[in-house]
Design a protein around this ligand. Structure first.
Ligand code: MN
Length: 118
């Protein structure tokens, strides 16, 4: 089963980086507010560049002066199972410690998506 991680990133603005293993890379979205554990809350998720699979284990501090400077800590991780996949619309089951259940990512603008329990 493919993996997912959510890294809490204390950058200039604290956010959560959701990463899904897909086609040998980590597809990535930055979520400005805490990811929802319950239905009824939609979070903005901004699509970011793909990361290498090895980045899934990264925790530590990105030094001052580098892009994304600040502390990175693991917020949640586990496996996931894709349920439905269309262009701009993903539904999948997350099996993490904090996030567990069916989640959707739906694109509404070029690189802007909504992330929510569905
Ligand atoms: Mn980040």
């Amino acid at each position: 089963m493919p993996i997912f991680v959510i890294q809490k990133h204390y950058a200039r603005r604290t956010h959560y980086d959701l990463r899904l293993e897909m086609n040998g890379v980590l597809k990535s979205w930055a979520i400005p507010k805490e990811p929802p554990t319950k239905p009824g809350i939609k979070r903005l998720a901004i699509e970011m560049e793909d990361h290498e699979l090895s980045y899934a284990d990264f925790e530590g501090v990105i030094p001052e002066g580098m892009y994304g400077a600040g502390k990175v800590e693991m917020w949640d991780r586990g496996e996931y199972e894709m349920d439905e996949k269309e262009d701009g619309e993903l539904a999948f089951f997350l099996r993490g410690k904090k996030l567990n259940g069916r989640y959707c990512l739906v694109r509404f603008e070029k690189d802007k998506w909504f992330f929510f329990r569905c």
